[in-house]
Design a protein around this ligand. Structure first.
Ligand SMILES: [Fe+2]
Ligand SMILES: [Fe+2]
Length: 212
């Protein structure tokens, strides 16, 4: 693995941010899970609701990318840096799938994505500066909250939106893997107040992104 100077990292960071916000993230090239499922007819209301939920998930994936990018810039160990990088690529797959689904539903991504990205990048960097074990603790907590959130969306999707369902199911499996990997690398358990703050912050994002 080559050594990056701070300037290298800054340029890479900018490139990653622009790619993420232009919906051109680095991906693993995995094929779109929705492809395996036939599109079923949705009423206008169902379509609007599905689009709202998928817009939340798309914004969530923007945040996930930014968190991993932010932590990757400052994390100390190569092993953690590599894991953050790999996880960010898998979040890139999720981002691309959510965008494709939003396109299929004839809807748009959240207008506030640049804001979500900037905020999450700073949070990721702050977590990373405290130290790798805390940073991993932050990842583990984020991913476990995301898993709970996805379970909720899986129940809330219109029953006949099997395509979105398949995508979210696949994402849930990946997020659980990210959580477990962070724990295996020695993640610390975050204090209660931090977990609550994270839950409140994501609630604000969820409520806003559904509509805009
Ligand atoms: Fe994800
Ligand atoms: Fe994840």
């Amino acid at each position: 693995m080559r050594h990056y100077t701070f300037l290298d990292k800054l340029c890479l960071g900018l490139d990653q941010a622009v790619r993420t916000l232009m919906d051109n993230p680095k991906t693993s090239g995995l094929s779109y899970p929705g492809k395996s499922v036939d599109e079923q007819a949705l009423t206008a209301t169902q379509r609007k609701h599905s689009a709202g939920l998928m817009r939340i998930n798309h914004a969530g994936e923007i945040c996930a990318q930014a968190l991993y990018h932010g932590q990757g810039v400052v994390s100390r160990s190569r092993e953690v840096q590599e894991k953050m990088h790999q996880a960010a690529i898998e979040e890139g797959d999720h981002l691309a799938w959510c965008k494709q689904r939003l396109d299929e539903l004839g809807s748009h991504v959240s207008y506030l994505n640049p804001l979500w990205y900037a905020g999450s990048f700073c949070i990721g960097m702050a977590a990373g500066m405290i130290g790798d074990k805390w940073s991993l603790g932050f990842v583990a907590e984020t991913e476990s909250q995301v898993v709970a959130h996805l379970k909720n969306h899986l129940q809330n999707l219109p029953a006949n939106d099997a395509r979105s369902y398949t995508i979210l199911q696949r994402m849930e499996t990946d997020e659980a893997k990210h959580r477990d990997e962070a724990i295996a690398l020695g993640a610390k358990v975050l204090p209660d107040f931090m977990r609550k703050m994270m839950a409140i912050t994501s609630k604000v994002m969820v409520k806003t992104a559904y509509w805009m």
